[in-house]
Design a binder for this molecule. Structure first.
Ligand code: GLA
Ligand code: ZN
Length: 673
C-alpha cells in the first residue's frame, strides 16, 4: 500500500550523471557550488548507471557513488536514488541474450538503446534483485537518500517465448476454461477458435490482430507484467533493508501502460513533462500539461513529483525551441499548483557526448552560472523556497472527468464509426478545459475509482463499460450527482463484446434515452445543434458539431438542442434527464469547445459549486491546494502580455508574486487564506 510522503519542503533538482565526469573532480566540486547557488536541494542519481556499478559480472564498484552521495549530503542536497534497470551493461546482453526483448514479429533485439529488457526473464530479474539489494544495503539508510526511483520510464513489451508462456497462464487465471475465453473473445468469427490455452499467441502483425478481446487482454497483461516487475524491484530494495518511499517516473499521455494499476504498489507518483512550448498559444500548451498533472495526481489522489522537465529546450522534439523568458518558471509553478511537491529537471549538467548532448540542462557545456537558463532556474529555486509550506497540501476537486486507459485501448481498436480520428483525448480535453476555464480543480479518474466525492462527473466517449461502472453512475445520480455522458458510450463490455438490448448499457433509465444509430461524418462535414425554445437550461445559442452524431430516442429526457441538418434534423443533440435527486445530460455529438463551456458553466452553477474567481480572462489558470490550516490559490497568466484580473483580496492575501490589479506575462500570483 502506498504511504504518505511529505518532505517538509518542495524539492528542486533533477537528473545528474556524475559518472560522466569522474575523470574531472573539479567539475564535480564546481557543480555542487552551482547547485547550491541555484537553490537546488535534490539530485536524482544512478539512472542508467549499471555499467559503472557492476562493470563486470559480479564485480561491484559503489565507492564513486558513495563519495558523491556524501558530498551532496554535506552540502544539504538530498538524493533520489535510481535502480539502474532501465538499461543494462553489454556483458549481460552478450552472456545472457534472454534479457533482450523480442518484438511482435519474433525478432530478438541486439544490445543497445535502453528500456530494452524482457521483464519475464528469470535471469534479468535475478540480476536486478542482486543489484537493487546491494544498492539498498549500501545507501538505503543513508540520511541523504530520500526516495527510490525505480528504473526509468517503464514502457514497451516483450514477445519472447517466456513472455508468451506467462501470457497463457495469465489468461488461464483470468478465464479458467478455454470455452470461456473463446466466448469472451468471440473467436468463432473467421474460424479463430482455440482448442487449448497452449495455442494462444500474443497479437502480431504476422498473425492475429483482429480479435479485439485478445488485443485488449494483451495490453492488460503488459501492464500486469510491468506491475509484477516493479513489485520485484521494490521487494529487492526492502530485502536490502531500506524502507524509503518508492516512485516510478511516468510519461506524458503514454498509452502503453494503465498507470492506475501502479497506484497501490508505489508510494508516490512521479512523471516527466516535456511540453512543446511556443508551438501554439502558450495557455493551450499549459492546459494540456495541466491535464496531465491532474491525471497523475488523480492516480493516488495525493501530491506527486515532477521528476523531469527541461530548463531549456529538449533535443528530441522535431524542433528544439528555446523557452522564452518566464515560461519555465510558469510551467514549474503550474506543476506545484496542480499538486506536485517538486520541480526537477533533466538534467543538471549537460552531457558531452551521445544522443542527448544538445538536451537543455541547468549547467551547459560552457560550464558557468552566468547564463539565462541558470538565472531562471535560480529564480524557480527562490520561488519554491517561498512556497515551502505548500508541500504535502492536497488538491480538493468537486468535479471529475473519466479518462480510462482500457476504454482508450478498446475505442481506438474498434473499427468504426470512424477509423481515422475518433478524437478520444480531444473529447476528454473539451470537458476538462470547460471545467478549468471556470477555475475549478478537476480530478481525472478512471472507471474503477469512486464518484461519491464529486458534484459533477463527465464521462466523454466511454465506449467500454467495465468494473460495474453503470451501477456506480446510477447510485451517483440517484443521490443527487450531475453526470454528463457523450455519444459512443456504453457500447461494449470489458472483453470488447457489444452489449445487447440497447445502449448506453445499464444507463438508459438514468439518461432517459436510447442510442439508436451513430453517423460518422467525413472531413469537412458538420451539423449544428439548435436550442429548443423554452428549454430548461436556458440555452439560446447554436453550436457546430463534427465527426460523430449519435441519433437517440428519448424515453424521458428533455430535449435541449436538436440537430439542424441532414435527415436527422430535429432529432435530439443534447438532452437532460432528472433521475432520483440528480440529473443526467447526454451530449449526442462532437461539439465545439464553446458548447462545453456553456453547459459546464450552467451545470456547475446548478450543482452549487463555488468559484473563487468569477471573471477569469482568457489564458489565466486558477488552481487551489489545501491543508487543514490553509488554502492556496494559484493564479497564473499564461499570456505573453499582462492581464487585468480582479482577485479576491478581501478573503485571501497575496502571498507570493506581484499583483497590482494586473498579473504580468507568464506571471504567477499565489493567494493564501
Ligand atoms: C526522458 C528520460 C530521460 C531523458 C529525457 C530527455 O524523460 O527519462 O532519461 O532521456 O527523456 O528529455
Ligand atoms: Zn520476454
Amino acid at each position: 500500500m502506498s504511504r504518505e510522503v511529505n518532505f517538509g519542503k518542495l524539492l528542486h533538482g533533477g537528473d545528474y550523471n556524475p559518472e560522466q565526469w569522474l575523470h574531472d573532480p573539479d567539475i564535480l566540486e564546481k557543480d555542487i557550488e552551482y547547485l547550491k547557488k541555484a537553490k537546488i536541494n535534490e539530485v536524482s542519481l544512478g539512472v542508467f548507471s549499471w555499467s559503472m556499478l557492476e562493470p563486470e559480472e559480479g564485480v561491484f564498484r559503489f565507492q564513486w557513488m558513495e563519495d558523491i552521495i556524501n558530498r551532496l549530503y554535506e552540502n544539504g542536497i538530498s538524493v533520489i536514488l535510481a535502480t539502474p534497470s532501465g538499461a543494462r551493461p553489454k556483458w549481460m546482453a552478450d552472456q545472457y541474450p534472454e534479457v533482450l526483448r523480442v518484438d511482435s514479429a519474433g525478432n530478438r533485439a541486439f544490445f543497445g538503446g535502453r528500456h530494452n529488457h524482457c521483464y519475464t526473464s528469470p535471469l534479468y530479474r535475478e540480476k536486478v534483485r542482486i543489484m537493487n539489494k546491494k544498492l539498498a544495503e549500501n545507501f538505503g539508510n543513508h540520511p541523504g537518500v530520500i526516495v527510490w526511483h525505480i528504473s526509468n520510464e517503464y514502457s514497451g513489451e516483450c514477445y519472447c517465448p517466456l513472455c508468451q508462456e506467462e501470457f497463457r497462464s495469465w489468461l488461464k487465471d483470468r478465464y479458467g476454461s478455454i470455452e470461456k475465453l473463446n466466448f469472451a473473445w468471440a473467436t468463432t468469427f473467421w474460424s479463430h477458435t482455440y482448442n487449448s490455452f497452449d495455442q494462444i499467441e500474443a497479437p502480431s502483425p504476422r498473425g492475429e490482430e483482429g480479435i479485439h478481446g485478445l488485443n485488449v487482454d494483451w495490453r492488460r497483461f503488459v501492464t500486469d507484467r510491468t506491475r509484477d516487475f516493479i513489485i520485484h524491484e521494490i521487494r529487492a530494495i526492502r530485502e536490502g533493508g531500506s524502507d524509503k518511499p518508492a516512485t516510478i517516473n511516468m510519461m506524458y499521455d503514454f498509452k502503453g501502460l494503465n498507470y492506475h494499476k501502479f497506484a497501490d504498489i508505489i508510494d508516490i507518483v512521479s512523471w516527466d513533462n516535456y511540453p512543446h512550448w511556443h508551438k501554439k498559444e502558450e495557455y493551450l500548451t499549459a492546459m494540456d500539461g495541466g491535464m496531465q498533472h491532474d491525471i497523475m495526481r488523480s492516480i493516488q489522489k495525493k501530491p506527486f513529483l515532477l521528476m523531469e522537465s527541461c530548463p531549456s529546450a529538449p533535443n528530441w522534439q522535431a524542433v528544439s525551441k528555446l523557452r522564452k523568458p518566464g515560461i519555465v518558471h510558469a510551467a514549474s509553478m503550474q506543476a506545484i499548483a496542480h499538486g506536485a511537491d517538486s520541480v526537477l529537471y533533466f538534467q543538471l549538467r549537460q552531457s558531452r557526448g551521445s544522443s542527448e548532448k544538445f538536451h537543455g540542462a541547468v549547467i551547459d557545456h560552457y560550464g558557468g552560472d552566468d547564463t539565462r537558463v541558470f538565472r531562471e532556474v535560480t529564480e524557480i529555486g527562490e520561488s519554491l523556497e517561498k512556497l515551502r509550506d505548500v508541500a504535502g497540501a492536497g488538491v480538493r476537486a468537486e468535479t471529475a472527468v473519466i479518462f480510462d486507459w482500457e476504454n482508450r485501448w478498446a475505442l481506438e481498436d474498434a473499427m468504426g464509426p470512424r477509423n481515422e480520428g475518433m478524437f478520444y483525448k480531444e473529447a476528454v480535453e473539451k470537458s476538462y478545459y470547460a471545467f478549468r476555464k471556470l477555475g475549478l480543480n478537476v480530478d481525472m479518474i478512471d472507471m474503477e475509482q469512486e464518484l461519491e466525492d464529486y458534484k459533477v462527473v463527465a464521462a466523454p466517449m466511454l465506449y467500454m463499460f467495465r468494473a460495474g461502472f453503470w451501477e456506480k453512475v446510477q447510485r451517483f445520480v440517484e443521490k443527487g450527482g450531475r453526470f454528463i455522458l457523450t455519444y459512443w458510450s456504453g457500447i461494449v463490455d470489458e472483453t470488447d463484446l457489444c452489449f445487447l438490448g440497447g445502449t448506453p448499457y445499464g444507463l438508459m433509465d438514468v439518461m432517459g434515452l436510447r442510442s439508436t444509430e451513430i453517423d460518422g461524418l467525413y472531413e469537412g462535414e458538420s451539423n449544428v445543434g439548435i436550442p429548443v425554445q423554452g428549454n430548461s437550461m436556458h440555452m439560446t445559442s447554436s453550436y457546430t458539431c463534427k465527426n460523430l452524431c449519435d441519433l437517440v430516442r428519448p424515453s424521458a429526457a428533455e430535449v435541449i438542442l436538436t440537430y439542424g441538418e441532414d435527415f436527422y434534423a430535429g432529432m435530439p443533440a443534447l438532452t437532460k434527464n432528472s433521475f432520483g435527486k440528480g440529473y443526467a445530460y447526454y451530449v449526442c455529438a462532437d461539439f465545439e469547445q464553446g458548447f462545453y463551456d456553456e453547459i459546464y458553466r450552467k451545470i456547475a452553477a446548478e450543482a452549487g459549486i463555488k468559484r473563487i474567481i468569477r471573471h477569469i480572462p482568457k489564458g489565466v489558470e486558477v488552481s487551489t491546494r489545501q491543508t487543514d490550516k490553509a488554502e492556496y490559490v494559484f493564479v497564473q497568466n499564461f499570456n505573453r502580455e499582462p492581464v487585468e484580473i480582479q482577485l479576491p483580496t478581501d478573503e485571501y492575501h497575496v502571498w507570493t508574486g506581484s499583483y497590482d490589479g494586473t498579473i504580468g506575462g507568464f506571471g504567477t500570483v499565489v493567494l493564501k487564506k
